[in-house]
Design a protein. Structure first.
Length: 82
């Protein structure tokens, strides 16, 4: 029978091979930051210029294959809109 450590290693390898481990880590990180964010202070609405800048940053991250960083940014931007 496999040990817990062996099962963890196999699960980690499987998630890495499928390309989802980094995405899961980024998503968890974004959710932790959102949970810790002070919601009592309303966020200012974004200007048109800021929306364009955010989109340029997102495109840059995706172009350079920083997909996990981009997913955190997208998660945070989506959170800010509501």
């Amino acid at each position: 029978m496999a040990t817990v450590a062996e099962l963890k290693a196999v699960l980690k390898d499987t998630l890495e091979k499928r390309g989802v481990l980094g995405h899961l880590k980024a998503r968890i990180r974004a959710e932790v930051f959102n949970a810790l964010d002070d919601e009592s202070e309303p966020r200012p609405s974004l200007s048109h210029e800021n929306l364009l800048i955010n989109e340029l940053i997102r495109e840059y991250l995706e172009f350079n294959k920083y997909k996990y960083t981009a997913s955190v940014l997208i998660s945070d931007l989506f959170y800010m809109e509501f």
